[in-house]
Write a protein that binds this ligand. Structure first.
Ligand code: GDP
Ligand code: GDP
Length: 453
């Protein structure tokens, strides 16, 4: 079993390494029960594609990497969003608005057997406003008879309805061909050159996200990621900092303040997850002159869940006085001990103070996130550590560490093989020392233990 875990680790690593590319985004939108999730699974081709081995990841996943005839794209499953909140139905339009703002192409699904409902009409209004290519899917056309009903959907004015059976696969190939046709060219950077580093700029409302973005963009060249043939708000922006290009993901969400009114909490966290899915590193902005809030901590938790690299930026430093500064240090000690490994920069988006410290912090965090410790070095380190600090004796028995290897990067993930159970405290000790000795500044690290008799 242990060997299989390793193999999967190695396999998974390739998938993770390729993930944050700048691919077009295809969002699947429709009212509940039209078959969105079924279609997403059909497109992904296998159920396992949806499953991640880290707890907390599966249910929160928003983006999946998908492929059709050699072209890769992100697939957004809005069906999964519904499970997360009770009484979603009345919010369908809002949900669509978020999905559409993230997407390059929208797959609008209707149930051909039911026809157009008032909820569908609500969605239609959002789609018409949105100015994105829409591919209309008439789902649940399980046999040829259903195609007649599907043809009636020409009326919607969204072009050709594509009759599909998500459940059985009927018509799904033709549908994907149509999606590719509507899709913009693949973003720059292929599998080898991943292109500019991708940053999610996060923080609760009013911490200064858009101010910081403006400050960075004002001083440097900004390239808006364009989508062929459409005029639209840029989802991502490329900004040159420190002589290199960086991609800030979902800047539309920051600049446009989509849905800041109702449903704000739920959609904010949804949007945060979506941005993290596509990012490599998160900059979490906190307000230096205000107490660290539960909302700040929740955002940091989302970053930890996502396994992305992390930089903490304390903004509005210009408003700080001595007293608040001392208070802030205490708050950091009390509340942010679990992310003490994240680089901290104290900035002012308004005055530009220390804005130039952001790039070194990002570099450091990303370098840690990507780092691989050779197996020989890792085992030499553990050998020395364990010799000096053996696992405590319990009931006359002593667990020994046999071997360790780094199974993954982005973030670093280690597997330790031991002769018996390793106590929590001892694991934490090893984690801390690994962190210190190899300086994983700005990156979460994951340690798994496999017991081998
Ligand atoms: P969602 O709420 O839009 O994500 O819808 P689901 O994917 O959960 O599907 C809702 C129900 O419709 C499930 O019972 C599916 O099995 C069923 N369904 C989905 N696609 C098809 C299809 O092509 N044909 C038939 N007959 N049923 C389907
Ligand atoms: P966002 O909601 O996170 O995008 O926050 P904004 O960028 O809109 O900023 C919210 C408010 O904080 C605005 O009134 C900004 O002018 C102000 N602000 C942002 N950064 C700073 C800063 O560094 N210092 C001060 N004093 N005010 C700031």
């Amino acid at each position: 079993e242990a060997d299989r875990e390793l193999l999967e680790g190695e396999h998974g690593e390739a998938a993770v390494a390729a993930a944050p590319r700048n691919l077009p985004v295809v969002a699947v939108v429709g009212r509940p029960n039209v078959g969105k999730s079924t279609l997403v699974n059909r497109i992904l081709g296998r159920r396992e594609a949806v499953v991640e081995d880290q707890p907390g990841v599966t249910r929160d996943r928003v983006f999946y990497e998908a492929e059709w005839v050699g072209r890769d794209f992100w697939l957004v499953d809005t069906g999964g969003w519904e499970d997360r909140v009770q009484g979603m139905a009345h919010r369908v339009a809002e949900q669509a608005e978020v999905a559409v703002s993230l997407a390059d192409v929208v797959l609008f699904i209707v149930d051909a057997n039911v026809g157009i409902t008032t909820t569908d009409e609500q969605l239609l209004r959002v789609l018409r406003r949105a100015d994105r290519p829409v591919v209309l899917v008439a789902n649940k056309v399980d046999d040829q008879r259903g195609e007649l009903e599907a043809a009636a959907l020409w009326n919607l004015g969204l072009g050709e309805p594509h009759p599909v059976s998500a459940l059985h696969g009927r018509g799904s190939g033709d549908l994907l061909d149509a999606v590719l046709e509507a899709m913009p060219e693949e973003g720059r950077g292929g599998a080898v050159d991943r292109g500019p580093r991708r940053i999610a700029l996060l923080g609760r409302p009013n911490v200064g996200k858009s101010s910081l973005l403006n400050r960075l963009a004002r001083e440097r060249r900004v390239v808006v990621d364009e989508v062929a043939g459409t005029t639209r708000d840029p989802v991502d922006e490329r900004i040159t900092l420190g002589g290199r290009d960086w991609t800030f993901v979902d800047t539309a969400g920051i600049r446009r303040r989509v849905l800041q009114s109702q449903g704000a909490d739920y959609y904010a966290s949804l949007r945060t997850r979506a941005a993290l899915d596509r990012a490599e590193v998160a900059v979490v902005l906190l307000e230096a002159n205000e107490p660290i809030s539960t909302q700040d901590l929740k955002i940091i938790d989302l970053v930890l869940e996502s396994g992305r690299a992390l930089v903490l930026a304390f903004n509005k430093w210009d408003l700080l006085d001595e007293e608040r500064h001392a208070q802030l240090e205490r708050e950091i000690e009390q509340n942010l001990g679990h992310v003490a490994w994240a680089p901290r920069v104290n900035i002012s988006a308004q005055t530009g103070r220390h804005a130039d410290r952001l790039v070194p912090a990002l570099d450091e965090a990303l370098e840690s996130w990507d780092r691989r410790i050779p197996t020989g070095r890792l085992n030499a380190f553990l050998g020395t550590l364990v010799a000096a600090h053996p696992h405590p004796l319990r009931g006359g028995k002593q667990s020994r560490i046999l071997f360790a290897t780094q199974a993954r990067t982005r973030p670093p993930r280690f597997v330790i093989f031991a002769s018996g159970f390793l106590e929590h405290g001892y694991r934490r000790f090893i984690e801390r020392r690994l962190r210190e000795d190899f300086e994983f500044t700005g990156s979460p690290i994951v340690i798994g233990v496999r017991i081998r008799e």
